[in-house]
Ligand binder design. Structure first.
Ligand code: NAX
Length: 326
């Protein structure tokens, strides 16, 4: 058996974590031979609920669960952490403007970035799930100058998975037939789900569907899926979000399948003309615990305009909190 690795999870008593933690402890994220120590962070009023979650984890008798830490201190939660899933965030309250939301989260993610910088493993892999995920990841990254910015990522995998299923259902196939789909940009309603390079059972996806469906049905359905789940369930997506977080980390740690790619919001190196330093979702492959942006994807004017719009939204989000960035 391998030595245990330390996995920090914030917002550990919340909805998403209630699915996420059990799957991590079951070995679904890092493999069936990788023991884990869960280091769970919550705000002080939620420590009682977190204790209940820890009791249930105990009661699962997971062979891979090598230890647990429950804390309201980020310095403790990120101590020597090899992986961090930053799920906890401040939700938008009544009357709260977007700017207030960005600022409230900037405070949380600055503090967590500093704690990661000071206490985590230098090789830590970080996934930000809490919204606004891309900008929260940027804030944490800017507060962690001693950690390679490539180690901060944000989650667009749920959008990727949603788009895969919509396309499979439309074409009468299964997700196993769908490859090389891309979510570009922000995890928000400006995200651009791109199927121009997607294969469906060996055929070009774009040749199987009509442009009107793509523009007026597929793209808005993927962009608005989170709201549709809230309408239907009366609560936001949790199990599917946890699943996407597992898939994101699993692929990053263990690799993407040959001949395919996934979507990850990562530190832009200027690829495709996207401003360097933004946390922007690109098509990525992963190998040996590292990710690469897929290069050479051809872009038509439709794609370029959509990619620009979501880039501009990310620039605006960054500028709204720039006075709080180091
Ligand atoms: P919940 O409100 O159920 O849970 C969030 C938990 O975070 C709460 O228990 C809260 O006490 C805790 N928390 C708040 N501030 C904290 C802090 N400073 N340190 C540690 N813990 C803190 O929300 P849940 O449904 O679990 O969603 C969590 C986040 O994921 C939200 O921001 C949500 O918007 C975001 N999502 C992101 C998605 C993505 O694709 N990137 C999709 C799903 C989800 O909407």
């Amino acid at each position: 058996m391998k030595a245990p690795v330390r996995v920090a999870v914030t917002g550990a008593a919340g909805q998403i974590s209630y699915s996420l933690l059990f799957r991590i402890a079951a070995g679904e994220m890092l493999g069936a031979d990788q023991p884990v120590i869960l280091q769970m962070l919550e705000i002080t009023p939620a420590l009682g609920a977190l204790k209940g979650v820890a009791m249930e984890l105990d009661d699962c008798a997971f062979p891979l669960l090598a230890g647990m830490v429950c804390t309201d201190d980020a310095n403790v939660a990120f101590k020597d952490a090899d992986y961090a899933l930053l799920v906890g965030a401040r939700p938008r309250g009544p009357g709260m403007e977007r700017k207030d939301l960005l600022e409230a989260n900037a405070a949380i993610f600055s503090a967590q970035g500093k704690a990661i910088n000071d206490h985590a493993s230098r090789a830590i892999k970080i996934l930000v799930v809490g919204n606004p995920a891309n900008t929260n990841a940027l804030i944490a990254q800017r507060n962690a100058p001693d950690i390679d910015p490539r180690q901060f990522t944000a989650m667009t995998r749920l959008d990727h998975n949603r788009a895969m299923t919509q396309l499979a259902q439309k074409t009468g196939t299964t997700i196993n037939d769908v490859t090389k789909l891309t979510i570009w940009g922000n995890h928000s309603s400006t995200q651009y789900p791109d199927i121009h390079h997607t294969g469906v059972d060996g055929k070009d996806a774009i040749s199987l569907i009509d442009q009107a469906w793509y523009e007026n049905d597929f793209i808005p359905t993927v962009q608005q899926r989170g709201a549709a789940i809230i309408d239907a369930r009366g609560a936001s997506s949790a199990a599917s979000a946890a699943n996407a977080a597992i898939f994101h980390m699993r692929d990053w740690a263990l690799g993407t399948p040959d001949g395919d790619w996934t979507s990850m919001a990562v530190y832009s190196d200027g690829s495709y003309g996207i401003q360097e330093g933004l946390i922007y979702s690109f098509p990525c492959t992963c190998k040996d615990g590292d990710w690469q942006i897929v290069q050479g994807v051809e872009l038509n004017d439709f794609s370029k305009a959509k990619m620009k719009a979501t880039e501009e939204e990310l620039q605006k989000e960054r500028d709204a909190v720039s006075h709080l960035l180091p």
